[in-house]
Design a protein around this ligand. Structure first.
Ligand code: FMN
Length: 140
């Protein structure tokens, strides 16, 4: 199943997703591209998002592009789970976006990593996605 991600100018999540899919048939779609944000995934998919705490206790931890993409109920229904990139320096806000999305959607927080992730993180995330692919194939 594909991953859909948002990544800011620092590009850490982009780097993670590109390495995740490298040399595999898996596709990574960039939610900062308008057409991607407006599309509805054809099947099951996984979200990869950073967290951005801007000092406002309100709604702005989840990136706007992710928020918009998740407005569509079909898109939400097809989301299998969430992977989050964060930075432990943010303490109690660590992974706030991915954890919030998981709590609201009822979908599992599949994997958490810091910044662009390590080679081990990539391997772990690949294994998780492969397991999900196998589960979906078994129920098809
Ligand atoms: C202004 C700012 C706010 C951030 N807020 C959080 C936060 O609340 N929780 C967290 O876990 N990480 C936080 N981070 C860390 C980013 O989520 C992390 O570096 C992520 O890898 C960035 O991905 P990107 O480069 O693809 O945008 C913040 C980073 C910045 C620059």
């Amino acid at each position: 199943m594909p991953v859909y991600y948002y990544s800011s100018a620092s590009g850490m999540v982009r780097q993670f997703c590109e390495r995740l899919c490298e040399g595999t048939p898996r596709q990574a779609f960039d939610l900062s591209v308008r057409e991607v944000r407006k599309s509805v995934p054809e099947g099951r998919w996984v979200l990869v998002t950073p967290s951005y705490k801007t000092g406002n206790p309100g709604n702005d931890t989840i990136p706007e592009a992710v928020r918009r993409f998740l407005r569509d109920p079909v898109t939400r229904r097809r989301m299998v789970g969430v992977m989050g990139s964060g930075n432990r320096n943010f303490g109690a806000h660590y992974q706030a976006a991915s954890r919030q999305i998981s709590a609201i959607s009822g979908r599992p927080l599949l994997f958490e990593f810091e910044l662009q992730g390590t080679a081990w993180d990539i391997a772990d995330a690949r294994a998780i996605l492969e397991r999900l692919d196998a589960e979906v194939a078994a129920h098809a």
